[in-house]
Structure formats: C-alpha cells, structure tokens
Ligand binder design. Structure first.
Ligand code: FES
Length: 87
C-alpha cells in the first residue's frame, strides 16, 4: 500500500494492493477520465508533484518515465511511500 496526497484538494488517500490509483480516486468522488484501463492510451494521466511513480504503463516513453512528471493512474503505482498528485 502507499499513500496519495491530492495537492489541490488537501486530501490524502491510501491505495491498497489490488486497487488502482484510479479506482481509489473514483471511490472518493474524484471525477477521472479513463479509457483503456491498461496503461496504453494516456487518458488517465495525472501530474506528479512529489514522489516516485512505479510506472506500469506502455504509454510514456523511457525518458518521460524517468522524469517522473506524470503517472497513468489506471495501472501505475508508487516506489515511494507517498505520491503527491496535481489533483
Ligand atoms: Fe488508458 Fe489509463 S485509461 S492509460
């Protein structure tokens, strides 16, 4: 499990094993667009302000992944205990 902090709404949520960031956001009433659900289309992309994503998608290229600037919330997770998202 890891934590996501939503910078603009001052909310912190737990993402347990077996649930995606996208699922947790929606369960907490945050409207999120998504399409493929498999890390391929880029629709669910969110900017990362702090923390290191564990990229599981096939949408970002290697340098975009290395920059840790965005995350595909349908599949990717966190390498750090906490991610701060631009939401
Ligand atoms: Fe397509 Fe997440 S919904 S990359």
């Amino acid at each position: 499990a890891f934590e996501i902090a939503l910078a603009r709404s001052a909310v912190t949520l737990q993402v347990p094993a077996g649930k995606s960031i996208l699922q947790v956001l929606r369960e907490n009433g945050i409207k999120m667009a998504s399409s493929c659900g498999q890390g391929a289309c880029g629709t669910c992309k969110v900017r990362v302000l702090e923390g290191t994503p564990d990229h599981q998608d096939v949408y970002l290229n290697a340098s975009e992944k290395a920059s840790n600037a965005t995350i595909m919330t349908c599949v990717s997770r966190a390498k750090t205990d906490r991610l701060i998202l631009d939401l």
